[in-house]
Design a protein around this ligand. Sequence first.
Ligand code: DQA
Length: 147
Amino acid sequence: MNVLFLNGPNLNLLGQREPEIYGNLKLSDIEDMVRNRAAELNIEVAFFQSNHEGELVNQIQQAASNYDYVVINAGAYTHTSIALNDAIIGSGINAIEIHLSNIHARESYRKQSMIAKACIGSINGFGASSYILGLEACMLNNNKSND
Ligand code: DQA
């Protein structure tokens, strides 16, 4: 099984960006954590971050033929992007939505996710562990599909 982790705008600033909300780990630290867990689970992982909506759309479209799952932290595009929603639905990729923070416990404009309906499920509020839980969710969903 192989999984692509997609990160949207400003997630390249993790480590320095509002650490009281997003923690002290850099994106590269989180990627290392995911790589370690993926090795234990025998899952291949890849990572892509962009601040540009269209690049994320391109990645989602291409992922459909190359990956079993996309785990996506779309950052602020979560709350605005019909294009990401359409890309997930249109490409048919299995997607799982993740967030470091609990988006339901923050500003009201963060409560709505434009991509939630297109995703298998969502995980939010567990900090860097949301990424590990996202990986494990792929594995559990894949096992369920193969039952
Ligand atoms: C985020 C939550 C979003 O509302 C925010 O715009 C982000 C990060 C999270 O991981 O908690 O950039 O997706």
